[in-house]
Design a protein around this ligand. Structure first.
Ligand SMILES: Nc1nc2c(ncn2[C@@H]2O[C@H](COP(=O)(O)OP(=O)(O)OP(=O)(O)O)[C@@H](O)[C@H]2O)c(=O)[nH]1
Ligand SMILES: [Mg+2]
Length: 310
């Protein structure tokens, strides 16, 4: 029974390190009887350790203090419930956002710095969309790294998805243009665009993203319908600047948070949400194509606190 319940929450296993490293301590801290300064200090420290960020952790503690005073809370377990509320609100509440299909072809561009898991996430997303009964095509617009097209071709074969490609060093905009024409001709539902990893500080590379978008708009002025920024959870607070820079170059509509399974700093999700002000839409929970889940704030917060219940 417990196993079944555990499986229901896709974040339970991937947040294990964050839960065991930090939030189990938060829970035991909040079972102490008195609510005093020492408790607040320790709570703040633990939240910072989970990589929620110093400013956000301070805000959370301040809100909790106000709430304790206002509602005359005396029981530590009430503080835990209030903390869960705070965390949920930081993630934008319980409402989830999914990809809205665009007729006749929904184009989703995947962007991010090097090695964060863009190509793997494309395969995972393709599979997820297929599972929902959609037809999918992939544009291999990472023409920069020699092995990138090959990597996608392997995934394409495995998933039964057509990968539109040109020679490496081809213009990524041209690849997308071709792929859009082909996708429209073949009446596919979704076109996923893989892009090269790029440092957010490299002006030309950020301009290239805008150019890909401009080319796509020649065929469909409403493109891109989604721009998903892939963020590696293990890179923590340091990488928040890149998150912001991508948002300034293209209209990022959502985040895919990868490698959540490899870190005790899963709290970075809260910092990303606040910094970028777009929802986290999917989470990568491992290297397998099935290790992928739509983001759900309630399950995420719940998995931070408890290993057992659904
Ligand atoms: N543990 C874990 N590994 C992941 C996850 N997502 C991707 N990876 C691994 O991260 C590595 C890089 O993944 P890629 O998909 O090639 O990353 P990329 O962003 O496309 O890389 P570039 O195209 O070189 O910028 C691979 O070894 C993946 O298996 C995840 O959610 N969890
Ligand atoms: Mg790649």
């Amino acid at each position: 029974m417990l196993d079944r319940l555990r499986r229901l929450n896709p974040f339970r296993e991937s947040l294990r390190k964050t839960r065991e490293g930090v939030f189990s301590r938060v829970t035991s801290l909040l079972t102490q009887q008195v609510i005093d300064d020492a408790l607040w200090e320790e709570l703040e420290e633990l939240l910072i350790r989970a990589d929620i960020g110093v400013d956000i952790s301070l805000d959370i503690v301040q809100h909790l203090q106000l709430r304790v005073a206002r509602d005359r809370l005396t029981m530590a377990k009430d503080v835990e419930a209030a903390l869960r509320d705070e965390l949920l609100a930081l993630l934008g509440g319980a409402e989830t956002r999914t990809i809205v299909p665009h007729d006749p072809l929904t184009i989703i561009m995947i962007v991010g710095v090097n090695g964060v898991g863009k190509t793997t996430s494309i395969a995972k997303l393709a599979r997820c969309l297929q599972d929902q009964g959609n037809s999918v095509m992939i544009a291999a617009a990472d023409t920069f790294r020699a092995a990138a097209v090959e990597q996608l071709a392997v995934w394409g074969e495995r998933l039964g998805v057509t990968v539109v490609k040109q020679t490496s060093s081809a213009d990524p905009g041209a690849v997308v243009y071709d792929a859009m024409q082909s996708g429209l001709a073949k009446h596919v539902d979704y076109l996923l665009v893989d892009t090269a990893g790029r440092l957010h500080t490299k002006f030309n590379l950020m301009e290239e993203l805008k150019k890909i978008q401009r080319v796509a708009r020649k065929i469909d002025p409403t493109a891109m319908h989604e721009v998903l920024l892939v963020r590696d959870a293990t890179s923590g607070q340091n990488a928040l600047e890149q998150t912001k820079a991508f948002g300034e170059a293209v209209r990022v509509t959502g985040v895919i948070l990868t490698k959540l399974d490899g870190t005790a700093k899963g709290g970075v999700a809260f910092a990303i949400r606040r910094r970028l002000d777009v929802p986290i839409m999917f989470v990568g929970t491992g290297e397998k194509v099935t290790d992928f889940a739509p983001f759900d704030a309630e399950s995420f917060v719940d998995a931070l606190f408890s290993a057992e219940t659904a």
